[in-house]
Write a protein that binds this ligand. Sequence first.
Ligand code: 26Q
Length: 806
Amino acid sequence: MSDYRKESFLALLEGKMTRKRGKHLEDASDKDLYYVISSIVKDEITPKWLKTQEKYQENKTKQVYYISMEFLIGRLLQSNLLNCGMLDICNEVLKDIGRNPEEIYKHEHDAALGNGGLGRLAACFLDSIASLKYAGQGSGIRYRYGLFEQRIIHGNQIELPDYWLKEEYPWETRKADEAIEVRFGGKINMHKKLNGDFEFSYEDQDKVMAVPYDVPVIGYQNEVVNTLRLWSAEVTEDESKLMSDPSSQYYHHLDHSHSIEQISGFLYPDDSSFEGKELRLKQQYFLVSATIQGILKNFKATHDISLAHLSEKVVIQINDTHPSLAVPELMRILMDDENFSWDEAWKVTASVIAYTNHTTLSEALEKWPTSMIQKLLPRIYMIINEINERFCKGIWFDHPDLRDKIPELAVIADDQIHMARLAIVGSFSVNGVARLHTEILKNKEMKYFYKLYPNRFNNKTNGITHRRWLLQVNPCLSETITEAIGPKWIQEPNKLIGLLRYSNDAPFLEKVGKVKKQNKETLAKLILNQTGIKVDESSIFDVQIKRLHEYKRQLLNIFHVIYLYNELKENPSLDITPRTFIFAAKAAPSYHLAKEVIKLIHHVAATVNYDKQINSKLKVIFLENYNVSLAEKIIPAADISEQISTASKEASGTGNMKMMMNGALTLGTLDGANIEIKDLVGDNNIFIFGLTSDQVHDYYQYGGYVAKDIYHTDDRVKRILDQLNSGEFGHQEIEFKDIFYNIMYHNDPYFVLKDFDPYIESHELVERSYRDKNTWQRMSVTNIAYSGKFSSDRTIKEYASEIWKL
Ligand code: 26Q
C-alpha cells in the first residue's frame, strides 16, 4: 500500500470528521467513524453513479428491472469499500490509528428486507449485474420494519421489531421529485367508443404516493454504479393539504394517512405458507404499479420509439409470483392510458416479463381470493378475467388434447387467482433455480404448461456473489488462494479450478487448514460471548443455518445429536471425534411446529452442554437472530455444511454454495443444487445420503411408507421419540408431543425416520474422514476449486444472454 494513498485517506477522514461530526479523529466514536467512512464512499461513488445513469440514457442501453418483494442486502459499508477499491486502505488506516475496523462496520444496521434465500439471491444478483457492467436495477419496498429480531427465552422464540431506520441510513437518497401515484379501489366506468371498443375511466380511487429511495449498487472496481430503488408509501400532497384545512375531518384523514403508510410498514415474515392478507396484496400492487409506471416514464424520456417496442429496451424479471400483478398492470396502462388494443398490449407484455419460480411446495403457492382482488383492484380484476378467458379459449381451440386439463391450468379457478399460472401465461420465460427443480417444474408441477409452452421453460441454477461470500468474509483464505494461483479468480471465479493442482500440495493444504482453524477460533469466541459456552476449537464444526422449515429437517439433525448423546451415555468412553453442532434459524411467527423444533434444539443443548460426562465430546449451539451478518461469521468456520432437506423440496439452496466456497464439505441429500455440487466435486468429496426425489415422489403417490414401522423396528428411533415425551430434555413439564404426533400420526410427512439410518451412516463416514487430516483438507480444497461455478456472476451471465438479451 502506498504511503501517499494512506495519507490522503487519513486526511479525508480527518477533514470529514471535523466537518460532519464536529470532532477530532482522536475523539471520534466507532459510530462517528462508521458515518464518516460511509460518507467518503458516497462522495467517491456519486459522480460514478450519475455518469453510469447518464451513459445508459445516452446510449439508450437495454435495461433489466429485477422486481422483488425482498432484497436481503445486509450491511453495505464493507462490501461497498471492497467494490470501490478502498477496503484495504481503509482497514490499514484504521489499524494505524489504533482502531478496529470490525467494530466500526458493526455500527451499520443489518438491513433485513427479506426472509431468506429468495431475498438474499436478489441482493447477490444486483452485485453481479453491476460487477459485470450490465444495465440493471432492483425495485423493491422500503419497509419501515425489516424481518423481526429473534430472541430466545427458555427455548422459545420471541419476535422483536426490527426498526432499522431508527438512525440515519447513509446509503439511501430520497427522490421526492420522482414520486409516482398508485391508485386502489374506486369505480370503473366503461364507455363504448365509435369503433366499438371500450374505454375505461376510474372514479373515487384511493391515491397513494410511492416515493423512491435510491441505494447505489457498486460494481467491483469497474466504475459502474447501478441502483436499487426502494419505494415508500406516503400520503399524496392533496391529502396532506386537506389535513390542515380547518373544515376537514382531521381525524378521518389522520386515520387514512396511517393506513396508507402501513403499505410499506413491514415485511411479512412468513415464507412457508401462503396466507391471503389484504395488506400484503396492497404491498404487491404498490410495488408493481410504481415500478411499471416508472419504467414507462423512463422509456418515454429516453427513447423516441413507440411503446410497442418496449421489449427491445426493457426486460422485467419478477422474483417469484409476488410481483406477478406486473402482467395485468402493464396491460392496464398500455390499454387505458396508451390506447393500445388488447392484442397490441398483450404482445408487448408477454415479451417483456420473465418469471422465476422458487418453490413447488403447494402450501406456498400464491392464490388470492377473487373477491379480494375485485374489491381492491377492480380494473386489474377485469383484465385478469379476460386473460383467463382468452387463455382457456386458446386451449380449447388450439390444444384439444389439453381440454380436460383446463381446470388445472386456468388462471382463475375455485374463486381464486392462481398467481403462478398468471405469471406463466403472461411471460416469455419461466425459470427454475436449479437443474432438478426445473425438471420437476417441467415434468411434474407444471407439466401441462410445459406442453403448451415448451420453449418458455429454462433453468438458471442459482449463485452467490463470491466477492461478499469469499473475498470479504474470508480474507485469509482469499489471500492464501491468491498466493497459490494469482488474483485472476477474483474477476473470473472459474479460475478457482486452478486450486486442483494444489490439492495434494502438503504446504498449501496446511495453510488452508490453518486458516480454517483461525476462523473456527474466531467463531468460538463469538459463541462464548453470545452463549457463555466454550466449544472445542478442534472439534468438527457441523453447521445448519437457514430458515426453520419442516422440509429442511433441522429435526433430523437434532435427532442425530440425541442419538450420539444416547450412545455416549451408554458408553462414556466411546472414541468419537468431538463435535460442535451449530444451529441458527428463524421460524415464521405463526409456524408452531418450527418453533417447537427450536425449543427442542435448546433443550437438547441444555442437557448435552452441561453433562460433564460427555460435554467434552459434544456441544450443541444455537445462535440467535440469524441474519446476513451472522452468516458472514459462521460460514468461514464451517467444516460440515448440513443440506438435508427432503429430496425434491429445496428448490436450490444457496447456503450450500456459500459454505462450499469456504471449504466446508456438504453433508446432504440429492436435492436442489446439492446435486450439481456433487456432479462437480464427485462422490468422494461430498457426503450424500437418503431418498432421492423420485423415491419421495413415489411414496407420496403410491404410499408404502409407514413411519410407525420404523418406530417399532429401530430401537434407536424408538428411544429418541420416547425421550421427546419423557421430560428428559428440559424438565418434567416440557414435552414435545406435537413433534411426536406429527411423526407418528401424520406419518412423518418429511421422511425424517426413513432417512434416519442412512443419515447416521453418513455421519459415521464424516467422522472417519475427519480423522485423516490430509484427506479432509484435500476434499476441502477440491470443493473450493469447483465452487467458481456457483458465483452469481455465472448465473447472471446466463440470465443476460439467454433471457434478458442484454
Ligand atoms: C408469499 C406470500 C405472502 C407472504 C410471503 C410470501 C413468501 C415470502 C418469501 C413466500 C416465499 C418466500 C421465500 C421463498 C424462498 O426464499 N425460497 C428459496 O429461494 C431460494 C433462492 O432461489 C432457493 O435457493 C431456496 O431453495 C428456496 O426455498
